[in-house]
Design a protein around this ligand. Structure first.
Ligand code: PMV
Length: 336
């Protein structure tokens, strides 16, 4: 068998994607920091065949991944028509623990899409824009995965202020003050359990949601405003938008029908401690949340020492087994 390998990072949204139209078209634009340490490495082995697929996670055969991969290959059949004429072996591993509650779908689908693009190239099929096509394919596996293809930031969804922005793929974004190209993201593992509600179900609940239209309009405004803040190096303005976006995301969950809550009591304790710390010390420490209970702490690299001290002394106690992961803005995927 021949093989290709890509390592693709996870990403953390600053303006959140929540709500979509078929197939994987975002209801509003979003923008994210591409991460550095949290990543999926995937080796795709291929040989002429009949579309047989085997998947291995950390070296162990994992047939439970097959339905998602088959759906992905069906959706991308136009881009990767050769997939059904090959036998594929997918070997994937994550840099973060499987039980950490960190979603691997964005980095995983991005790594797989990049591998398939490399196979496409190796087979001599026409490729006009490698990374744009990879982002479009990744989107069909995991919406937020479209953003993992680019660093240091990536924007997905048509937005008036981002040239070339598109609903079908993400674009790289770097028109930001230097401080934002080295921002830190320390992920507090408040709860490591499986999500009680999948993001697919959550997106679906935005259909007919009482606040949907207002939320989608707000995301456009927040996207415009956060770009201005990041261009001007306005960390305080940036932080206010990011925290509001995180709380709005969870407010949408709490006000959907059926309603649900993904935050845990310790999520709120961390948020309160961050606000008190900021008030008392003036340090630029902000938070964001994914569709889960874990808290992402965002801050400039220049404040790393004082903030890591604060995490150890005051926040670690709210983490499962005292565990957290240190990450920072990264440059995007790498072929290995
Ligand atoms: O890409 P999905 O379908 O897993 O949805 C991701 C949704 C959020 O992580 C909550 C927000 C985002 O923009 O990444």
């Amino acid at each position: 068998m021949k093989e290709v390998t890509w390592k693709s990072p996870s990403n953390i949204a600053l303006v959140k994607y929540w709500g979509k139209y078929p197939v994987q078209i975002p209801a509003n634009p979003s923008i994210s920091f591409t991460l550095s340490a949290a990543a999926t490495t995937t080796t795709l082995k291929y040989a002429p065949g009949t579309g047989q697929i085997e998947v291995y996670l950390e070296g162990v055969s994992t047939p439970s991944f097959l339905p998602k991969i088959k759906t992905f290959l069906e959706r991308t059949a136009e881009q990767f028509p050769f997939a059904s004429t090959l036998d594929l072996e997918i070997h994937t591993s994550n840099s973060f623990p499987h039980s950490s509650g960190i979603a691997s779908s964005a980095s995983g689908m991005s790594a797989l899409a990049l591998c398939l693009m490399s196979v496409k190239q190796a087979l001599g099929l026409p490729v006009s824009d490698f990374f744009q096509e990879a982002s479009e394919a990744a989107r069909l596996g995991s919406g937020s995965g479209s953003r993992s293809v680019f660093g240091p930031l990536a924007a997905w969804g048509t937005h008036q202020d981002i040239q070339g922005s598109h609903d079908r793929w993400a674009v790289a974004y770097d028109d930001v003050a230097e401080v934002f190209t080295t921002f830190q993201d320390t992920i507090l593992l408040v709860d490591k359990g499986e999500k009680v509600v999948s993001s697919t179900v959550g997106h679906g609940l935005m259909e007919g949601h009482a606040y949907a239209e207002a939320r989608f309009a707000q995301a456009h405004t927040n996207q415009a405003d956060i770009l201005t803040c990041m261009r001007n190096g306005d960390i305080e303005g940036f932080g206010a938008i990011v925290e509001s976006e995180a709380l709005t995301l969870h407010a949408m969950m709490m006000s959907s029908r059926p309603y649900f809550i993904l935050m845990k009591p310790n999520t709120l304790k961390v948020i309160e401690a961050i606000w008190a710390f900021r008030e008392n010390t003036g340090n630029p420490l902000y938070f964001t949340l994914d569709a889960g209970a874990n808290v992402h702490l965002l801050y400039p690299k220049s404040h790393k020492d004082v903030i890591l001290q604060f995490i150890d002394s005051d926040l670690r106690t709210f983490c499962k087994d005292g565990s957290y992961l240190c990450d920072e803005v990264g440059q995007g995927p790498k072929q290995l």
